[in-house]
Design a protein around this ligand. Structure first.
Ligand code: FES
Ligand code: FES
Length: 232
């Protein structure tokens, strides 16, 4: 279809430019692109500043909501299947709460800086250094310690296999290794010795019992009941 040629001067009068003041009238000789950009830029900057101020205010409110006082707080925990409430200061580490408040001394405080694995416990099924978590950060999660592996009626396979393969000497690293093996094998049943070696890379034994530990881990993996991967 043929279109009628557009007359630009006609168009400006149709869009109402004729009724504008001189300073904003596009047909005015005093209006130019630079003025327009300057005005738009100022408006955009003002809007951006307003948005930034609102976001900063929201972030400050969120931060204020997260801040807790240094006074002891009640924290609900599930340890070895038992629900309990501990009243602890927010700075308390999980390893200290387990050892000092709950008398669960299986996890050892050896390096105290997330290097050796002697403090390993399971949190929601996954091996975690207890010296790296605050108690208040594990509220509502399932914590399992080495004490859970022995009961009057049942001994966990991992304990049997450590004894069978002599996977310990001084024993400081052993509870951490035992829990790391339990967690790794639950998530990787039928793992090979090489898999186990990689899976236990976060635990150190100063006495050099790795051969026995690896054999115990391999045997444990062959009979492990698979559980879903994931967790903390
Ligand atoms: S004591 Fe926690 S990693 Fe060494
Ligand atoms: S058995 Fe001694 S540090 Fe491992």
């Amino acid at each position: 279809m043929d279109r009628e040629p557009v007359n630009r001067s006609d168009q400006s009068s149709r869009t109402g430019d004729a009724g504008r003041s001189d300073s904003t009238n596009r047909s005015s000789p005093e209006f130019n692109r630079r003025d327009f950009l300057r005005g738009s830029g100022a408006a955009m900057a003002a809007t951006a500043m307003a948005v930034a101020a609102t976001e900063q205010q929201a972030a400050a409110q969120q931060q204020a909501a997260k801040v807790v006082s240094a006074a002891p707080h009640p924290v609900k925990l599930n340890v070895n299947g038992v629900d309990l409430t501990l009243t602890v200061e927010p700075r308390v580490l999980l390893i200290d709460a387990l050892r000092n408040d709950l008398n669960l001394t299986g996890c050892k405080d050896v390096c105290d800086r997330t290097n050796c694995g002697a403090c390993t416990v399971l949190i929601d099924g996954k091996p975690v250094y207890a010296c790296s978590r605050l108690v208040m950060d594990v509220e509502g999660q399932k914590i399992v310690t080495s004490e859970s592996l022995l009961s009057p009626t049942k001994t966990d396979d991992v304990v049997t296999n450590f004894c069978k393969h002599d996977g310990m000497q001084c024993g400081f690293c052993t509870p951490g290794f035992v829990m790391a093996v339990r967690g790794y094998c639950n998530q990787n049943p039928k793992a090979t010795v090489d898999d186990c070696r990689k899976g236990l890379g976060g635990n150190i034994c100063r006495c050099g019992t790795y051969a026995g530990v690896l054999q115990a881990a391999f045997d444990t993996a062959q009979t492990a009941t698979p559980i879903a991967k994931g967790g903390a």
